[in-house]
Design a protein around this ligand. Structure first.
Ligand code: GLC
Length: 567
């Protein structure tokens, strides 16, 4: 397997709005990030993925961009950005920008121009259609944020397409002039010295000709357009062109966010001779337990479901292509609440267990801000405490339409709202968790007195120090990056167990995803006393070590262990 720096790296995602506020306006900013670079250096990460910092009216917190070459006023100036880049590079931390080019903001000058007249030179930068004769809309697709994907524009009497909010009109990638403009924007940032891109919903940029109606599923008011725009007909052509024109000229880290993608398609996106991207984010594991209304009807899920997904991706990209590994991000609930156990008894243990499992799979691990502290979901009481457009619209669409009761919806929001991941970073037990001296744009999770960075950095037994150790181990043991993956105990509903192999080295990874104590039979190579414990989340010394009886080992609740042997 080809070695690359981005395979060996650990990425840390910053959602700037919620990371650190330096000027007391209640919104995180670039100067705040600069102030915390030493914290990230101590953690040991290699790359920061910055969620969007471009100028934006913030309908979707920066994922609606009105100027791709300017910094959002609340976040600072271009000068502060350049200082951030310099200070990060000084510490050998790279910066990966978010690139949102499936759509812009409706306040982008191109769209303002485009909507003013059918003859505007920018008209064709976006997707316009008249209503069909047999309906009052151009087609039946539903938007990801509720309602139709079509919004009527009175001045010109046509509709424009928006897969997300109506303030996020989709670009028309068919237009080569538009593509050239976007490549120039990418070059602008790369020439400033940024080190790569995380590409927002990039597999949605090519729409099928004719924009055919989608299937209407039970309980849905609109059709599902996904088959006609996810991994659309020209997607590979566009990505290869982007690679030729821009990416190939630099040594970058690139990751494409791709809802509705499977392993076979991922091979095409990430294959080393394909000239597209380094890796992608798929969504399969973060949708386990989704019910009829997706994340808004959360259900129980089984560990075997989760393992089947991970295993498929591990084996699928083993020869070629590369995995990205994540439990959470700004669109997902907190890892420990979603996949672990956020009770006071098991939060720390399960947080460390999840970290172990993810960082020792094959792929590039992504840490979302606060995950290294074991930050948890927040259970705001009122819908009015939520800020996320997806959450607010979904409450309107499901409760007001009578599909879910208020109680059902609040339960779903508490489990799955994107705002769970967006409450401010908990830096200390000072007011507002040390995030701001003003009024935070979204309330701080009340548990910041116990869960915060100051506490975690001072406690060598914290989740923070455990992440630090995992990151260090990755640098010391190439097998963690490049070793071949093999599954063990495939049917087990409590334990995720697998091995990694490189040359004569083997790793055994054992993760107990349950509150039960389980007995696990060890593979022969790992029986006896010749193995080295690389990391584990329980304190083990010869007095407390549980004896291995006839080749079996007892795993305590949420216990994780990684053993190493040479054969
Ligand atoms: C991606 C982003 C999400 C945003 C959406 C539309 O999924 O991660 O936050 O709302 O794209 O840009």
């Amino acid at each position: 397997m080809k070695h690359s720096w981005w395979k060996e790296a650990v990425v840390y995602q910053i959602y700037p709005r919620s990371f650190m506020d330096s000027d007391g306006d209640g919104v995180g900013d670039l100067q705040g990030i600069i102030m915390k670079l030493d914290y990230l250096k101590e953690l040991g990460i290699d790359v920061i993925w910055l969620s969007p910092v471009y100028r934006s009216p913030n309908d979707d917190n920066g994922y609606d961009i009105s100027d791709y070459r300017e910094i959002m006023d609340e976040f600072g100036t271009m000068e502060t950005f350049e200082r951030l880049l310099l200070e990060a590079h000084k510490r050998e931390i790279k910066i990966m920008m978010d690139l949102v080019v499936n759509h812009s903001s409706d306040e982008h000058p191109w769209f303002v121009e485009a909507r003013s007249s059918k003859d505007s030179p920018y008209r064709d930068y976006y997707i316009w259609r008249p209503a069909r004769e047999d309906s009052n809309l151009p087609n039946n697709w539903g938007s990801h944020f509720g309602g139709s994907v079509w919004e009527y524009e009175e001045t010109t009497g046509e509709y424009f397409l928006h897969l997300y909010s109506k303030k996020q009109p989709d670009f028309n990638w068919e237009n080569p002039k538009l593509r050239r403009e976007l490549y120039d924007i990418m070059t602008f940032w790369l020439d400033k010295g940024v080190d790569g891109f995380r590409m927002d919903v990039i597999n949605m940029i090519s729409k099928a000709e004719g924009l055919p109606d989608g299937e209407v599923y039970e309980g849905c008011a609109f059709g599902d357009g996904n088959p006609y725009y996810s991994n659309g007909p020209k997607i590979h052509e566009y990505l290869q062109e982007m690679n030729r024109e821009v990416l190939s000229k630099y040594d970058l880290i690139t990751v494409g966010e791709m809802p509705k993608v499977g392993v076979e398609q991922a091979k095409l996106y990430t294959g080393s001779d394909r000239g597209e991207l380094n890796m992608i984010f798929h969504f399969e594991h973060v949708t386990v337990g989704n019910g009829q209304f997706g994340r808004w009807s959360p259900m129980e899920w089984k560990l075997t479901e989760l393992k089947t997904i991970f295993n498929r991706w591990q084996y699928g990209l083993k020869e070629d292509g590369w995995n990205s590994l994540y439990w959470s991000n700004h669109d997902q609930p907190r890892a420990v609440s979603r996949f672990g156990d956020d009770s006071s008894e098991y939060r720390v243990l399960s947080g460390k267990m999840l970290a172990t499992c993810l960082h020792v799979l094959q792929g590039t691990p992504y840490i979302y801000q606060g995950e290294e502290l074991g930050m948890t979901n927040v259970g705001f009481e009122a819908v009015s405490d939520y800020r996320d457009i997806q959450t607010v619209n979904a409450y309107r669409d499901y409760v007001e339409a009578g599909k879910l009761t208020h109680e059902q919806m609040m339960n779903a929001i508490h489990q799955r709202s994107r705002d769970n991941g967006r409450t401010p970073m908990q830096w200390s037990d000072a007011g507002n968790a040390g995030f701001t001296s003003g009024v935070p744009w979204i309330a701080v999770n009340p548990n910041y007195k116990e869960i915060n960075a100051e506490q975690a950095v001072n406690d060598t037994d914290s989740i923070f120090h455990y992440y630090k150790k995992l990151i260090r181990l990755r640098k010391e043991h190439k097998i963690i990056v490049y070793g071949a993956f093999d599954i063990l105990l495939e049917e087990d509903e409590h334990i995720y167990a697998f091995t990694r192999s490189l040359g004569s080295e083997r790793l055994l990874v054992l993760c107990n995803f349950s509150r039960d104590t389980r007995l696990v039979e060890l593979p022969e190579e790992f029986q006896g006393s010749g193995k080295e414990l690389l990391i584990g989340n329980y304190k083990i010394n010869s007095a407390t070590e549980r004896s291995e009886e006839s080749g079996s080992l007892q795993l305590l609740p949420y216990e994780a262990r990684v053993y190493r042997v040479t054969v």
